[in-house]
Design a protein around this ligand. Structure first.
Ligand code: UD1
Length: 397
């Protein structure tokens, strides 16, 4: 069986890695990875393949930055001849970036089956380019791998045939489980000089958060104020770095607020796992913090990952100084006692994906999400995550 995976942006690589590892164990499968080049700086791309110990992609389309139309069109034009040449049995796309929808569209029109990892998430906010990418990709995908019960229900409500939808769990958590032991040994906390002290980790990169200079300035002032309470570590995405530069804010930060270069996956995980609080507009961090039991404030009006608010540690906050400061101080003063457990966020999602892709296995949602009450599905934060949970087992659940 010949499978092509297409990735383009930083978070795609964390979703690819566990799938690549599972497919590599199958002698009858050839897995070809195509990188579109949507992200191209070494620390936004190459570093993640090294960190996650997966081979570098066989093809790089070198698409780079541009408007949405330019980027999407460039991926389409450059991937079509590769898919025509390789003629895979299935093309696997990940997440919700421009590369995802572009590759899915080309494959579907070539009559190649499309599988979407992280299908069914919906923010219902059509001003987000990612929402458009998600809905369009799911509409043309043949196999939809949903991370959570709400994602399954969204797809069914939109009329997706049930047999296409598989509740496989969350591949981001597979990568987290794989990398956490390494992350702990790196001792990132000591290297950043924040051992033994509560600290906050920040990431902000979405246009809605960083493209408006007045709003960005207010967020930076908020972070400076928070930095008076404890260290605030902010690895800065290249887009955000440019916008911050435009405001005239000091490149290295101010007071307790430290502006850092983008970090590798394992280093970042080491920091997040030990943080007292994460403040973000990222999708993946809402999930990672929920798994780790670290409080997360998401500076957005909505989330496509509502399960992280319902069962996890996530809370949406308006991007206003007083609102963010009040919520952050409350989280800093009242650490969580329990770590949530979310169904099928167990390090085995990629096993299920491989079983579905290669063996035709089915993974249904067999009970309404509401019946999965969280009362018994929490554990104390101080309880270690067991080795059985960290090391995915051989058999698909
Ligand atoms: C993209 C995704 C977003 C995802 C994010 C993860 C879309 C629509 N958006 O946003 O969903 O959360 O990736 O990081 O696909 N740049 C560099 N070096 C790079 C990459 C980007 O300097 O390696 C700068 C360029 O100025 C570029 C800007 O960042 O114009 C934006 O990059 P782009 O890929 O368009 O979107 P992201 O904001 O990274």
């Amino acid at each position: 069986m010949l499978i092509v995976s297409v990735v383009g942006a930083r978070p795609n690589v964390m979703k690819l890695a566990p799938v690549e590892r599972e497919l590599a164990r199958r002698p009858d499968v050839e897995h070809v990875v195509v990188h579109t080049g949507q992200h191209y700086d070494p620390e936004m791309s190459e570093a993640f393949f090294q960190d996650l110990w997966i081979p570098r992609p066989q093809h790089n389309l070198g698409v780079g930055s541009g408007t949405h139309a330019q980027q999407t069109a460039a991926v389409m034009l450059r991937i079509e001849p590769i898919l025509q040449l390789v003629r895979p049995d299935v093309v696997v796309v990940y997440g919700d970036v421009n590369s995802t929808v572009a590759a899915a569209l080309v494959a579907a029109k070539l009559g190649i089956r499309v599988a979407h990892v992280e299908a069914g998430l919906r923010s219902r906010d059509w001003s987000m380019p990612e929402e458009i990418n998600r809905v369009l990709t799911d509409r043309i995908a043949d196999l939809l791998f949903a991370p959570s019960p709400d994602a399954v229900q969204n797809l069914i409500a939109e009329g997706t045939p049930r047999e296409r939808v598989h509740f496989v769990g969350n591949v981001m958590i597979d990568s987290l489980c794989w990398a956490l032991p390494q992350a702990r040994t790196l001792d990132t906390v000591t290297r950043h000089g924040v051992e033994g002290t509560p600290f906050v980790v920040v990431t902000l990169h979405r246009p809605a958060t960083v493209d408006n200079p007045a709003a960005l300035r207010e967020m930076l002032d908020t972070l400076v104020a928070l930095g008076e309470d404890c260290p605030v570590l902010f690895p800065v995405h290249p887009r955000t770095r440019e916008r911050i530069h435009d405001t005239g804010f000091p490149a290295e930060g101010r007071g307790g607020l430290r502006l850092l270069d983008p970090m590798g996956y394992v280093e970042m995980l080491g920091l997040v796992a030990s943080a007292r609080l994460v403040l973000t507009d990222s999708g993946g961090l809402q999930e990672e913090t929920s798994y780790l039991g670290v409080p997360c404030l998401t500076v957005r009006q909505n989330t496509e990952r509502p399960i992280t608010c319902q069962l996890g540690t996530n809370r949406l906050v308006a991007p206003q100084r007083e609102v963010v400061l009040a919520a952050a101080r409350q989280a800093l003063e009242h650490p969580l006692a329990h770590r949530p457990v979310i169904e099928r966020w167990d390090g085995k999602a990629a096993q299920r994906i491989a079983a579905s892709l290669c063996d035709g296995a089915r993974f249904d949602l067999d009970a309404p999400a509401r019946s999965r009450a969280p009362e018994t599905s929490t554990r104390r934060v101080s309880e270690p995550i067991s080795a059985a949970e960290l090391v995915p087992t051989e058999t698909a659940a």
